[in-house]
Design a protein around this ligand. Sequence first.
Ligand SMILES: [Ca+2]
Length: 313
Amino acid sequence: MDGSSGPGPIKKDALFYGMILAFLAFVLMLVFLGYAMIQSRASSRLAAQLVSEPTAVVQTEHWDYSKLQVVKDEFGAGMVLVPAGPFLMGSPPGEGDQDEIPQRGVYVDAFRIDLYEVTFRQYAPFVSATGAAKPVIPVLQDDPAKLMAPDQPVVAVSWTQARDYCRWLGKRLPTEAEWEKAARGDRGAKWPWGPAFGPGLANIQGEEDGYRYTAPPGSFPGGRSAYGVYDMAGNVAEWVADWYDQTYYLGAPFESPTGPTSGKHRVYRGGSWNDGPSDVRAAKRFAAAPHQTSAVIGFRCAKDATPDKAGSE
Ligand SMILES: [Ca+2]
């Protein structure tokens, strides 16, 4: 018996190959771990992109403005023709407030509406010519002059003064239905530009959009409505012709509704520089007494339009 052979060459080889195998396994494990780390980083990047996408890229409708018919009134204010036809007025269940339901198809005759909110510069000749009261901002915890530059939208005008200004120009306030159609187009867009709120489209609460208070009308071209109308969301809220009734939509006519025949409050629309995204939705309704004035309420005017006149100017 060769009891002195000890660990033979076979055992030594086994040890050697075993070590090599273990080393290879270790290297393989490192490669696998590295690969797994790269994979997980890539997928978390992807996840981050997916999460941030809704705020980074806002869906807008890319309205086609090539067929808009814009005319200027005698003072140079542009008015756009909104053609006759139906549109979706109000909000579907679960989207807006109680007074916005039911959503329904409403037919509106052709009309014209100012592309821009009325400015202090435009309002001044009316005050001089008629002796109407100069706008005085009633409540603001800051210097009112910050809102009252000539190129700012006029505020601190009552419903009655707004109506009188439009009449003075041979115009009128838009009805609530006209205003909403001009703001959201015929397919019921939630905001003038489309279905989602995003940055750079309207002057709302906060300074992230560049304005603490009002902005000169037309400062947010990306937020125009289907009819090219500026600032229908935010900046200044806007008086419209109708009396306010919170249940009006339940029984209102389907053709050119003009609001209740009487009431205590008038409707104003669009939300303002002091409202959040939900309150600048095209369907959102507000109401205030006709004599009330506010640092957040201004207006724009409208005018009848007959089909044969359309496009001839
Ligand atoms: Ca703002």
